[in-house]
Each structure stands twice: as structure tokens, then as C-alpha cells.
Design a binder for this molecule. Structure first.
Ligand SMILES: [Ca+2]
Ligand SMILES: [Ca+2]
Ligand SMILES: [Ca+2]
Ligand SMILES: [Ca+2]
Length: 415
């Protein structure tokens, strides 16, 4: 399934042809350095575009000056590469590209590159593409190694993706990313992580409340690092993402620990959020730049993907059936009796105080017994649970309280 290996010489050949007819670019063109695909933004898709041009017979840059990210006057195919320079800036491990950047301008350093056509063409909105966390879900305070999967839906093959999100520092810490459990073939997961075509970084955002999680992957398999000219070249990794449309396929795994003192949010807080443009474009206008959440298509186009789902933080691990005060999996008169007996007659303590707190006000008292009786016998409301959760099911506590640890086994009521 692998495409035939492409030729690093292609770019040089075309560059030579361009120089031979450099009359087309005699006037000083206006461009933004790094916007290789001339879509008006400097993003990971420019890295993908450059790699496609070198290795996969993708379209050549229409403006060589814009592609000359390191302003060396050449489009390098070995040594310090323009696309590497861009990648390192995107992940904040290199200074921003030389002028003109981030606003359009003319090249301050004379060279023979030039632009055949520096006109910016923003991509049309791509239909059928989305990126989201696997499902709306809950995380427990203090839990370790929570797995969160990023899923993509696409309308055709993609060549890579990037992810930029805010992570609320009050909730999550120790973020790590890899491809375990995803559609990336297990044989190449480690190679891809270690390759020049993958970067991940957690860094401070413009907001003191948030960290930035930045991830970029171009699906190339190159275990030995970038091969020198004339030797082997990277191969597109053959797997569903690079071959066909995807529907809700896992493309990245994030692991994180939930802080023990994380605020309890219940069902709908933003723990991981789309990046705020201000995080990536401090004080700048005109040209957008930064690592965006996008899937990268072959050639010039890309799709920006702002669609993220949300997740909530819960107080405690463990599900229980609220109002089942005696822990026998059924809700009946004996639960109200259990609570009253504990409160007033020295009866046994509730095995799960959260379950005994029938009205979910954070206390176990006589009002819980009356709430349960009202529900059972006089048409009162069911014990509270999270929105959209059937109150007859076991569920997690979505509100913070000081009730003690819960011993509870969820099972069917057999009576
Ligand atoms: Ca671009
Ligand atoms: Ca260069
Ligand atoms: Ca019961
Ligand atoms: Ca209560």
C-alpha cells in the first residue's frame, strides 16, 4: 500500500527551473515567512505541505520565499531544514521565523527564491471533518492515569493532525501523549513518537489558569531519523487514516492525573478546552499563526477543528444507587427504616453515606428518610443524579460533600 518513494531532488529541480525563469518573480513580492501553503496561517499544515512537496510529489510551494522558513536563501533538503525550523517554532522550542513574520512584508534579505504567486487563499471550510474527545465523561478527584482518547471523523484520507488545547490546571496534571489504543499501527507507534514528524509539548498558556497542550503528527514512518539525500526517505504510514475516511476513530491517547484537590464540577465543566486564539497570537493581527487543532490533508488544504466535548470532575470514585441506604440494591421501605434506625436508635452506620443521602444535600438526616418515603409512596421526585442519567441507575456523586467513603456494590435488585 505504500506509495512509491518520492524524490528529494524534485524540489531542487523545480527550484532550478523557477530560477531560470525568474522574471516571473522580479518584483518584490509580499509574503509571510512560514506560510508555505499560502492559506493565511502558519500552522502544522505548512510542515505537512513542505514534507509532501519533498517526498510525496505534492504541489510545490507557490512562494519559495514563504517556504524559506529559516531565511537561508535556499529550500534545504538536508541539513537545517526549513520545515524543521517551522516545526520547532510551532512547538516553542525555536525563535519565531525571520521577517517578514507574522505580518506580510517583503524579504529583507536578498536571495534568488521569489514567489510565483504570493496570493493567500484561505481553505474552504471542510465538510465531514471533526475532532472530539471520545465521549463526554467523568473523572475522579485524585485518580491516576486517566485515559482520554481523541477521535477524528474525516471525509477522506489525512496525512496528519495537530491538536492545540487548553488544559485547566485546577483539574489535570502530568499530561502524557502516545498512540496506545489508537488506530496507529502498533508496530510504528514508538517510531512515530520518536521521529521528527511528531511533537508534543505541555507549556504555559497566556492564561494563568491553563496549560497548553500542543501535539502535531505527520504520519510518516522514519525510524532512523531523516534520511540523507539519496538514501532512504520517509514513507507514509499505511493505516486507515491515510487510506480512507474515518468515523470516530481514536487517533491519540492522552493520559493525565486528576489533582486530589480538583474542584468538583458535576457533569459539564471544561477540563480540556479548545485553545484560545490569544494563547497563540499575542498582540498580533493580520495573519494567524500557531498550532491549531486540525487534520492535515495532502497538499495545501487543511481543516480547522474547534469541536471539543467536555468532561466533568467527580468527588469520589465509585457508583452507587442513591437512596439505597442499606446497600441491598433495592429501594424500599427498609431504606428509610435503616436511616431512621441509624439516626435515632443506634442502628448500624450506612455502608455508603452517599447512598443514604437520598436528597443529595450532603448530609444524612431525617430529611433523607422522608425524601425516600415521598419518592416510594406519594409520587415525590426520584433521588437526584446527574443530568441525562436515569435516576434508577447507579451513578457517581456529581456534587462535592464531606460524606465519608462509600462501600457499595452496584447490582440488580432481586426482590
Ligand atoms: Ca499555512
Ligand atoms: Ca531555507
Ligand atoms: Ca435498599
Ligand atoms: Ca441528605
Amino acid at each position: 500500500m505504500r506509495r512509491s518513494t518520492s524524490r528529494p531532488g524534485t524540489l531542487l529541480t523545480c527550484l532550478a527551473a523557477s530560477l531560470a525563469s525568474s522574471g516571473a518573480s522580479a518584483a518584490d513580492p509580499t509574503f509571510v515567512r512560514g506560510d508555505v501553503n499560502l492559506d493565511g496561517a502558519v500552522t502544522f499544515s505548512d510542515v505537512g505541505f513542505y514534507l509532501d512537496a519533498i517526498y510525496f510529489q505534492g504541489p510545490l510551494p507557490r512562494c519559495f520565499d514563504a517556504a524559506d522558513a529559516n531565511d537561508s536563501g535556499q529550500l534545504e533538503i538536508q541539513g537545517p531544514m526549513d520545515w524543521e525550523r517551522l516545526r520547532d517554532w510551532l512547538f516553542r522550542s525555536a525563535a519565531e521565523p525571520p521577517a517578514p513574520f507574522p505580518l506580510p512584508g517583503v524579504d529583507p534579505t536578498k536571495d534568488n527564491l521569489g514567489c510565483a504567486d504570493p496570493a493567500v487563499k484561505p481553505p474552504a471550510p471542510a465538510k465531514g471533518y471533526s475532532m472530539a474527545w471520545e465521549h463526554d465523561r467523568y473523572l475522579y478527584r485524585g485518580s491516576k492515569d486517566e485515559e482520554l482518547f481523541l477521535e477524528v471523523t474525516t471525509a477522506g484520507p489525512i496525512t496528519g493532525f495537530s491538536l492545540a488545547c487548553r488544559v485547566d490546571r485546577r483539574f489535570l496534571t502530568n499530561l502524557r501523549v502516545d498512540f496506545e489504543g489508537t488506530i496507529v499501527p502498533s508496530a510504528v507507534r514508538k517510531d512515530l513518537l520518536a521521529s521528527p514528524y511528531f511533537r508534543a509539548r505541555v507549556t504555559q498558556s497566556a492564561s494563568p489558569l491553563h496549560d497548553l497542550l500542543l501535539v502535531g503528527a505527520i504520519f510518516l514512518d522514519d525510524p532512523s531519523g531523516l534520511a540523507p539525500l539519496g538514501a532512504g526517505v520517509p514513507q507514509r504510514i499505511p493505516f486507515p487514516a491515510t487510506e480512507k475516511a474515518l468515523k470516530g476513530a481514536r487517533i491519540l491517547r492522552i493520559r493525565a492525573d486528576v489533582l486530589p484537590n480538583a474542584p468538583v464540577t458535576g457533569s459539564s465543566a471544561g477540563v480540556i478546552l479548545p485553545v484560545d486564539p490569544g494563547d497563540l497570537t499575542p498582540g498580533l493581527g493580520g495573519v494567524r499563526h500557531g498550532v491549531l487543532s486540525q487534520v492535515i490533508l495532502s497538499g495545501a488544504s487543511y481543516s480547522e477543528l474547534p469541536d471539543f466535548s467536555y468532561m466533568g470532575i467527580l468527588a469520589d470514585e465509585g457508583e452507587f444507587l442513591r437512596a439505597d441506604a442499606n446497600g441491598d440494591a433495592c429501594r424500599d421501605l427498609s431504606d428509610a427504616v435503616h436511616t431512621l434506625s441509624f439516626l435515632f436508635l443506634g442502628g448500624p452506620a450506612p455502608p455508603c453515606p452517599d447512598a443514604s443521602d437520598a436528597n443529595d444535600d450532603g448530609r444524612v438526616d431525617i430529611s433523607d428518610a422522608s425524601y425516600t418515603l415521598g419518592y416510594l409512596f406519594t409520587g415525590g421526585p426520584p433521588p437526584p443524579t446527574a443530568p441525562l442519567v436515569d435516576p434508577s441507575f447507579c451513578w457517581y456523586d456529581v456534587r462535592d460533600d464531606s460524606l465519608g467513603p462509600c462501600v457499595y456494590e452496584c447490582r440488580s435488585c432481586r426482590r
